[in-house]
Design a protein around this ligand. Structure first.
Ligand SMILES: Cc1cc2nc3c(=O)[nH]c(=O)nc-3n(C[C@H](O)[C@H](O)[C@H](O)COP(=O)(O)OP(=O)(O)OC[C@H]3O[C@@H](n4cnc5c(N)ncnc54)[C@H](O)[C@@H]3O)c2cc1C
Length: 529
């Protein structure tokens, strides 16, 4: 079967991928390859909003400064300025496309979030991502020049080096598994963009959707690209803990409105935040997450409790209608009882190392959105800076692709599965998924130690051996591909954490509790095959 030929392949249909597709569609034949449906991904789940300097009295300098402070000395200044200065245009572009942002007196309504020194968060009530994603999907579907491949999972990138070609390496295309036929298809193009999102699913508890399995990061690494700052995983302090509630975020506004963190009744039922920080429940996100983690690990608890039941039912209905309704569905009446919560992996600050146009180390390969490490987030992401980063780098990558010289591509070999069979026991995959996510949570979570990282590294090596064998002998499935990628990303997170002999931003090590100088990113270089 011949390859599917395009000018540009885009893997991922979140804000980063769809923005790039729209910028390229007028001049290029674009394929958007996405492993579930178009709306599946973190972008549609974003709640708060998008940061941009739009208010009188606010300035690019202030937004840059706030980002640098959050990033704890590791933000790249050029990348930060680039995003901040292009953010207002990105918002204007979304408005032109028709995103229904919240307005006040006919102008964009701006909220303020933690870490921002001014009101600069553009939003669509408390479901910004869903509004943006819906609009983009409508426009993409109506745009000629974009071919959509839903339920197609990237298996691996095809590079000149992997084909044994002499001379310089480049990305030539990719293999993708078509869920409908179980066939692995070959896609060929001179330019490929990875926009596959983050890797939150590497942890037992995460606010991320099921798609966040680090596929783009792992594929780029296997193709020879450097990755950076992967030890910096942002944990949200309060995610609902319930066997049937996957990834439901309990907004920090609950603590802002007087919610108290308590031990479960079986452990005494008392408040614990005052013993950890004088700001108690109102301490910053990472301090609260660390305190909860400490109490859970010390006492062997499954969760802690967030109690807002002292507020009136009317107040809760007015301020937290979604949380009230979701908890009620699960049998938790938050007007009378506390909400069981755990901290959860929320955002992958590191990723595939790129320049200001989203170029990776491999010619013909770009990475944008949460998959990339552009230098914007440093050691900790400032709230609402990630959606805007997706759009700014999508446009920059599209411009770089439009200016790129033409490339002659060779014929690509078809996927060869003549020597593999159907897996005998799929339970191996689900077992390894569970094991990986649990030990990453226990050993490479919010508080790290040398010993915990060593333990994790040891287990990862065992899993890698087992998964490699599985991958070599059996037909690929999406679960297997995701597990293979998750284990790869887990290894990179652990190695990055082991290299950082200090505590900075989101990385906290009990063995190195202080900051070390000078501040430097953690860059991992793949082995040359
Ligand atoms: C609950 C929540 C709330 C958030 N709130 C905010 C906020 O208010 N403001 C803010 O700025 N940020 C917020 N974020 C972060 C922000 O949503 C993400 O960083 C951003 O949406 C990432 O966009 P993306 O396009 O890079 O990835 P995603 O939107 O995650 O899209 C990734 C795409 O890649 C596809 N994909 C993945 N692997 C493969 C594969 N192997 N083959 C094919 N396709 C693949 C997925 O299916 C998906 O379509 C929030 C995140 C979460 C989880």
């Amino acid at each position: 079967m011949a390859s599917h030929d395009f000018d540009v392949l885009i893997v991922g249909s979140g804000l980063a991928g769809l923005s790039a597709a729209l910028h390229l569609a007028p001049t290029h034949r674009v394929a958007v390859i996405t492993k579930r449906q178009l709306h599946d991904g973190a972008s549609a789940w974003a709640q708060g909003g998008i940061a941009a300097v739009l208010a009188d009295g606010d300035s690019f300098g202030a937004h840059v400064e706030d980002t640098l402070v959050a990033g704890a000395g590791l933000c790249d200044l050029a990348a930060t300025r680039f995003v901040v200065e292009n953010a207002p245009d990105a918002i204007a572009w979304l408005q032109q496309l028709g995103v229904p942002f919240s307005l006040e007196d006919g102008a964009l309504h701006l909220t303020r979030e933690g870490g921002h020194s001014a009101r600069r968060i553009v939003h669509s009530t408390d479901a910004t991502g869903a509004a943006v994603q819906r609009t983009l999907i409508d426009v993409v579907r109506a745009t000629p020049g974009i071919t959509l491949f839903e339920q197609h999972t990237l298996v691996d990138l095809i590079t000149a080096r992997k084909l044994g070609a002499k001379g310089s390496d480049r990305c030539l295309g990719l293999y993708a598994l078509d869920e409908a036929t179980d066939e692995v298809l070959t896609f060929r193009a001179p330019q490929t963009i990875l926009a596959t999102g983050g890797a939150g699913k590497v942890y037992l508890y995460t606010t991320n959707p099921d798609t966040a399995t680090g596929d783009g990061i792992a594929a780029a690494w296997r193709a020879g690209c450097r990755v950076a700052n992967l030890e910096f995983i942002q944990f949200h302090p309060t995610c609902l803990y319930h066997p049937h509630a996957k990834s439901f975020l309990i907004t920090e506004a609950v603590r802002g409105e007087g919610g108290l963190l308590k031990l479960p009744a079986s452990a005494g039922g008392t408040r614990f935040m005052p013993q950890h920080d004088e700001r108690a429940e109102l301490a910053p996100r990472d301090v609260v997450a660390r305190a909860i983690d400490y109490e859970m690990k010390k006492r062997g608890l499954d969760c802690v409790h967030l109690d807002i039941s002292h507020q009136s039912p009317e107040f809760l209905q007015e301020h937290f209608p979604n949380i009230l309704a979701r908890c009620a569905e699960l049998g938790i009446d938050i007007t009378k009882e506390p909400i069981p919560v755990v901290p959860a992996a929320h955002y992958t600050c590191g990723g595939v190392l790129t320049d200001l146009a989203g170029r990776t180390d491999l010619p013909g390969l770009f990475a944008i959105g949460e998959t990339a490490c552009t230098g914007l987030h440093g050691a900790n992401r400032l709230a609402s800076n990630s959606l805007v980063e997706c759009m700014v780098f999508a446009r920059a990558a599209a411009q770089a692709i439009a200016a790129a010289p033409a490339v002659e591509l060779p014929e690509l070999p078809q996927w060869d599965d003549s020597r593999v069979t159907d897996a005998d026991e799929c339970v191996v995959i689900s077992h390894n998924w569970d094991e990986l996510r649990r030990f990453m949570w226990d050993y490479v979570g919010i508080v790290r130690t040398n010993k915990r990282l060593e333990r994790a590294a040891h287990r990862i090596a065992l899993l890698q051996g087992e998964i490699h064998e599985f991958y070599s002998h059996f037909h690929v499935t999406r679960d297997l591909l995701e597990l293979r990628n998750l284990v790869q990303v887990a290894e990179l997170i652990v190695r990055s954490a082991q290299m950082r002999r200090e505590s900075r931003g989101l990385h906290f090590s009990r063995d190195y509790p202080e900051l070390a100088a000078p501040a430097a990113p953690t860059i991992l270089v793949p082995p040359v095959a």
